[in-house]
Design a protein around this ligand. Structure first.
Ligand code: NDP
Length: 267
């Protein structure tokens, strides 16, 4: 039986074991998949212990994605560019770090929701780890422009600069979000976790596709989008399943189907 798992703190509510168990069943691979609650300052020792027990790989969630980046001895381009790792594959002595968050979001938008991102104007709210992870895969779809708006302006400006060689990006403060149409608004802030809406009170017109990276509840951002006649309102459950599918393929070489898993979780 191949040993996998997910590290986080907290980790109790993680859906990853349910998702990976369904992928394993589909692809005929015999796996175990554990939830591991690592103490805040002990990610590295917990991960090493898991590896010594014969683990073939693991996922990493909040707040350990930067620790996982440091633990990895080899990085994929996605992980290197994102500066964060959410998936590690154990290959002998080598720990290969990957970041599948962006691939997960793009697959959900393009494959599941049939949204073509080419030449679209995208507004991302937030400039934290998730935004860093999704920028390169989004830019690879060749949108017209990606605007990053953040509560702390400097972080949005810096992030836009860091990715400017991959496509047209700009960064500004949340208060500068204008009342003009964009094709897609992605809420990548963690405001939803606190039951809050990022403060864009003056901003953004009707008709956008509104995507909240958070899943599990109807968020204030989703309520706001519905009230403002969004074209489509989506939460991040599809992204969660798609990033897991990319991790599963990274570990096993087998591509699992995601549609049924998403439908099961939604119901
Ligand atoms: P970080 O802590 O790295 O970044 C948080 C960001 O949110 C910062 O830009 C911060 O702004 C902003 N923010 C926090 N509170 C507010 C607020 N009240 N108003 C406006 N902005 C606010 O978090 P992550 O980037 O790692 O995660 C962001 C979200 O994405 C989380 O909800 C997470 O659950 C979700 N996520 C979902 C995934 C999925 O598979 N569906 C995968 C990864 C993440 P500032 O810089 O000013 O502090």
């Amino acid at each position: 039986m191949d040993k996998y798992g997910v590290f986080g703190n907290p980790i109790k509510h993680s859906l990853s074991p349910t998702i990976h168990t369904q992928f394993a069943k589909q692809t005929g691979i015999n796996i175990s998949y554990d939830k591991i609650l690592a103490p805040i300052n002990e990610f590295s020792s917990s991960a090493r212990q898991f590896i010594n027990q014969g683990a073939k790989g693991f996922n990493v969630t909040v707040p350990f994605k930067l620790d996982a980046f440091k633990l990895a001895t080899k990085l994929t381009t996605n992980a290197q560019t994102a500066g964060a790792v959410n998936t590690i594959k154990v290959d002998g002595q080598t720990l290969i770090g990957e970041n599948t968050d962006g691939i997960g979001l793009v697959n959900d938008l393009v494959k599941n929701l049939n949204i073509n991102l080419k030449d679209k104007v995208i507004l991302i709210l937030g400039a934290g780890g998730a935004t860093r992870g999704i920028l390169l895969p989004l830019l690879k779809q060749r949108p017209k422009r990606i605007m990053i708006a953040n509560r702390t302006t400097s972080k949005a400006i810096n992030l836009a600069k860091d990715f400017s060689s991959h496509g047209k990006t700009c960064g500004f403060g949340l208060e500068k979000v204008k009342h003009e149409p964009v094709d897609i608004i992605i809420n990548a802030t963690s405001a939803s976790l606190d039951g809050k809406m990022p403060d864009i009170a003056n901003g953004v017109a009707n008709g956008s596709i509104c995507y909240d990276l958070m899943y599990g509840t109807q968020t204030p951002f989703m309520n706001w989008a519905q009230k403002n006649n969004a074209k489509m309102v989506v939460n991040g459950l599809g992204m969660l399943v798609e990033q897991a599918a990319a991790a599963f393929e990274f570990w096993t070489g087998k591509q699992p189907g995601t549609q049924k898993v998403i439908a099961n979780l939604r119901s």
